[in-house]
Write a protein that binds this ligand. Structure first.
Ligand code: PEP
Ligand code: MG
Length: 576
């Protein structure tokens, strides 16, 4: 009998294939006491397992294809660092010697203790990193129990299968790419887990958070997985499979069709010019941007310059990076967001203060920089210097009050003066924009607009703060809803404020790159969209078939509905 299960779709695409269940549940670990004269043998057992786990992770790292996204090796690197940390390399040895216990028990005790510390932290991002701790400990545990951390032959059998597992490590995800896996389903995880991020980078259709998946899905049975809506369908008949094969073919054909739009004009069917920009995080993203011919960068998230290192970038490093990015853009505009550290973008090298309870509401973004201008001044100098040679704009994140904006502008003025004193050139008319991502700023967007050259709506944070849901807490993900009329009302207020002041309004949150909302946003008056590069052609495709005048009324009517089902119906009509 056909079974339909629903999880969270985190990586789009349809895959069809037989189930491969990964059973990695470990046998119950029991404490055994070890005689004194056997202790050094037990320590040796642990050390051999530890070095085996290390070798196998290194092997996975070496096997990462050169053209893979950089975050893949970064994840494996993090696991290697954890493995070498004294808490995992030495403490279990001390425990074996001290408690005369078996290596498995020492490892388990140490893992439980560390996981508990992670779980007790209020910060949900840190709490989710306990998964990494578990993954790394499990590599060693497997090596202890089975004499190897992974069954090499098993991996070969993954080809064309849909993997069903409790959880997958970044190392597993790399192996899946190398071994032609069709898709995967996990019982744990959320859209921001490392595994989900990797699945999207590697284009592997994936569904996560499907509780008890291994209980319902049987090895070998044929499975259909739809990574867009989180649905999996097991043991279904040939007609249904044929239907999904057809959809799969359609999707592939559509992807090929979209490529043809690369050089097509970005205009609505009714003629309005729409600007499609890309969000970038690392320089590598520029390749994807060029591939889709985006009109420039609408959001450069510079926090990534601060990550995975033990010092902070100085003015020259900022400058050189911006110049490289600007040169690669060959005259297209580059909007550099000043550093938005704190909350979900924490780095060890910049102190964000002791307030750990609610970091999303704490010292982050522009607040952090105004609190300690030494964080932002070298960056402002570098942006200004680069502006002498390329069309660069500055954008301040997380503005809440106009007073804060005025302080940021004063700081920029003072930095300009310091460059003038040093006889260094810059664009004196450099455009200055503000991210509108706090409800207070959206409500008073007309005041902000008077001091700025452009506004950019950050829906990721705007939705989080409007609906009071932490964007990285999977327990409240179900409340995340761009269609909520409060959210749409705020978006409309920002668009109107920009129009009234005759300054451009861009949207750079994830909502801008989701085709479901393109018509709605066009109808609300949005004309500039900035998004992950791989969404640009899909959005272009939608706007080229949209007659804006004829959908305006329908789009505006969304502001007056709060019934989610009714809205879904209205959206389907709008998009049909
Ligand atoms: C946003 O909040 O929508 C945004 C684009 O910024 P970030 O996701 O970097 O916070
Ligand atoms: Mg934001």
């Amino acid at each position: 009998m056909a079974v339909m299960l629903a999880g969270m779709g985190v990586s789009r695409g349809i895959s069809i294939g037989p189930v491969y269940v990964l059973h990695r549940n470990q046998p119950e670990i029991i404490e055994r006491s070890i005689e004194k004269k056997q202790l050094s043998k037990e320590v040796r057992r642990f050390k051999t397992a530890h070095s085996l786990a290390r070798k196998q992770l290194l092997k996975v790292k070496e096997g990462i294809p050169e053209d893979s996204p950089e975050d893949i090796s970064a994840f494996i690197e993090t696991h290697l660092l954890m493995l070498d940390d004294s808490m995992l390399a030495n403490t279990p040895v001390d425990m074996i010697k001290q408690h005369h216990c078996n290596a498995e028990w020492a490892l388990k005790m140490q893992r439980d203790a560390i996981v508990k510390v992670f779980e007790s932290m209020d910060d949900p991002y840190i709490a989710t990193r306990r998964d990494d701790v578990n993954h790394v400990f499990n590599h060693v545990m497997q090596a202890l129990i089975r004499g190897k951390s992974r069954d090499e032959d098993e991996v070969q059998n993954w080809k064309d299968h849909i993997i069903v597992a409790d959880d997958l490590t970044p190392a597993d995800t790399v192996l899946m790419q190398n071994n032609g896996v069709a898709g995967f389903v996990t019982e744990m995880g959320g859209p921001l887990s490392h595994t989900a991020i990797l699945a999207r980078s590697l284009n592997i259709p994936a569904v996560v958070g499907l509780t008890d998946a291994r209980r319902y899905l049987k090895p070998g049975e044929s499975l259909v997985l739809d990574g867009a809506n989180g649905m999996v369908l097991a043991d279904t008949d040939d007609n249904v499979i044929d239907h999904f094969r057809k959809r799969q073919r359609d999707l592939r054909r559509k992807a090929r069709e979209l490529v043809k739009l690369t050089d097509a004009k970005s205009r609505a069917k009714s003629g309005e010019k729409i600007t499609l920009l890309a969000n970038i995080e690392i320089e590598d993203d520029l390749k994807a941007l060029r591939k889709v011919n985006a009109a420039g960068v609408g959001l450069y998230r510079t926090e990534f310059l601060y990550m995975s290192r033990d010092d902070i970038p100085d003015e020259d490093e900022h400058y050189k990076t911006y110049m490289r990015v600007a040169r690669a853009l060959r005259g297209a505009p580059l909007t550099i967001r000043t550093v938005d550290l704190g909350a979900d973008k924490e780095v060890e090298t910049v102190e964000t203060g002791p307030l750990a309870h609610n970091p999303a509401m704490g010292l982050r973004g522009i607040r952090l920089c105004l609190n300690d201008p030494s964080i932002i001044v070298p960056q402002l100098r570098a942006i200004l210097r680069a502006s002498a040679k390329a069309p660069i704009k500055i954008m301040f994140p997380m503005l809440t009050t106009v007073n804060e904006l005025q302080q940021a502008i004063q700081l920029l003025q003072a930095t300009k003066q310091s460059l003038l004193n040093d006889k260094i050139k810059f664009d004196e008319k450099i455009a200055v924009g503000g991210m509108i991502e706090v409800p207070a700023a959206a409500i008073s967007a007309n005041h902000f607009a008077k001091h700025l050259d452009f506004l950019s709506i950050g829906t990721n944070d705007l939705i989080q703060y409007t609906l009071a849901i932490d964007r990285i807490d999977d327990q409240v993900n179900y409340l995340y809803d761009p269609l909520n009329s409060a959210v749409l009302t705020l978006i409309k207020m920002v668009i109107d404020a920009g129009n009234k002041q005759k300054i451009p309004v861009t949207m750079c949150g994830e909502m801008a790159g989701n085709t479901e909302y393109t018509r709605l946003l066009l109808g609300l008056g949005l004309r500039e969209f900035s998004m992950p590069p791989n969404s640009v052609l899909e959005i272009k495709n939608v706007l080229r078939t949209t007659n804006i005048a004829s959908i305006r009324r329908k789009a505006l009517s969304f502001l007056h509905f709060s019934d989610r089902n009714k809205q879904a119906e209205m959206l389907a009509k709008l998009n049909s």
